[in-house]
Design a protein around this ligand. Structure first.
Ligand SMILES: [Zn+2]
Length: 383
């Protein structure tokens, strides 16, 4: 994808935010701090910033029953109640967009790993709010076809690399009239059965759209469901009109190259250790988010400004949110071999390797732990 034209270089960014005053102004300019804060008795509070204070505060008027109570300037914002100063948090956000590692962010900002983790993981809430149904609904005008496929995101169980676990991901990608990839749908699925896949296709591909798939059984009913479905028979080789099933017109060539290429990109974005039922949806979410926006820094700042944050903090990742992620189809995931990390507590550690640049994993390549693992023994292909 595109580079980051608007991510300010370190030196420039430092000049923007390197004092508390500048950091506050930066947040204010970008609409990230609430403009109205009310005291517990409902009075509108006033922005107060005596010279001796590091940061401003919201303070209530003299006459209110709250007796001039005050609240943090970050009340109701992403920045509220964190164990780091505003400048450091801003550096972590900057580093997230730049795909710096958790280690680098922690060392570089003198922050506890958990603190950094929490800062970064809360970004996932922003991304979740940002991915709308329309972003993952495919087909329609200007779309030639939608290519669909499932892929096992394999994960080695242990250092020996003998056993493979992982999670099935169902993907769909638009091919636009100009031949380029358009919007994408990506979600973990409990299985590859018709009852799981067909409803997704019906929900997220507009009726009448041409759909290209391989010959996986459940897809064979798509034509009866109103889709212009073409099945490409991979066992025969690349697709032509002669070995495609279901098409009716002319001498067109069909293939699933676009979704194949998409798998490579997505697997690059989901390091092996995150290929679990609990972590994979979040990495897929980040993939969708980064793909949606050409300008991640600006989009992140806008997301921080528009997302509502609870003042209780640290409690965003309820079961409810997880069950409603656009990248996690509801269902019974108990069939997956490893469930031990399928718990909320694990989510705090999720951003540990959100840096996907260091992980060049396509199917046979090493993961982020390669320095701790022996050279790969025979590794089973997982898709
Ligand atoms: Zn008051």
């Amino acid at each position: 994808m595109s580079s980051q034209p608007s991510l300010p270089p370190y030196r420039e960014f430092g000049k923007l935010i390197d004092t508390p005053t500048k950091a506050i102004n930066f947040l204010k300019t970008n609409g990230i701090l609430n403009e109205e804060v009310f005291c517990d008795y409902g009075s509108r509070m006033i922005w107060t910033w005596p010279p001796s204070w590091k940061y401003p505060k919201w303070r209530c008027v003299y006459s209110c029953r709250c007796k001039r109570s005050s609240k943090a300037v970050t009340t109701g914002s992403y920045f509220f109640n964190r164990k780091a100063n505003l400048e450091a948090i801003l550096w972590v956000l900057h580093g997230f967009v730049a795909r710096n590692s958790l280690y680098a962010l922690s060392i570089g900002n003198q922050l506890d790993r958990r603190t950094v983790s929490q800062i970064i993981f809360d970004i996932y809430q922003v991304m979740n709010d940002d991915i709308l149904d329309e972003d993952i609904t495919l087909g329609g005008p200007d779309i030639i076809e939608v290519q669909i496929d499932e892929s096992k995101f394999g994960k080695r169980k242990n250092n020996r690399g003998q056993r493979v676990e992982g999670v099935w991901v169902f993907g769909m990608v638009e091919k636009k009239a100009n031949g380029r990839a358009g919007k994408v749908f990506m979600s973990i699925v409990p299985d590859r059965k018709a009852d799981t896949l067909i409803p997704l296709i019906q929900q997220y591909i507009l009726p009448g759209t041409r759909v290209i798939s391989d010959c996986h059984g459940p897809y064979m009913r798509l034509r009866n469901l109103g889709f212009d479905h073409i099945a490409v028979n991979h066992s025969i080789g690349f697709a032509t009109t002669n070995n495609s099933i279901g098409h009716t017109n002319g001498n067109e060539l069909f293939n699933t190259n676009m979704i194949e290429g998409m798998w490579t990109a997505v697997k690059h974005a989901v390091p092996r250790r995150h290929r679990t039922v609990s972590n994979c949806p979040w990495k897929l979410l980040e993939f969708l988010w980064r793909r949606k926006h050409s300008n991640h820094w600006t989009s992140l700042l806008q997301g921080l400004a528009s997302t509502e944050f609870s003042t209780s903090n640290n409690n965003h990742y309820t079961e409810d949110i997880i069950n409603n992620l656009p990248t996690r189809v509801p269902g019974d995931y108990s069939q997956y071999e490893y469930q031990e990390d399928n718990q909320l507590v694990e989510f705090v550690d999720l951003p540990d390797t959100y840096s996907s640049d260091s992980d060049s994993s396509t199917e046979s390549e090493s993961d982020n732990h390669s320095e701790f693992t022996p050279p790969p023994a025979q590794r089973r292909r997982t898709n």
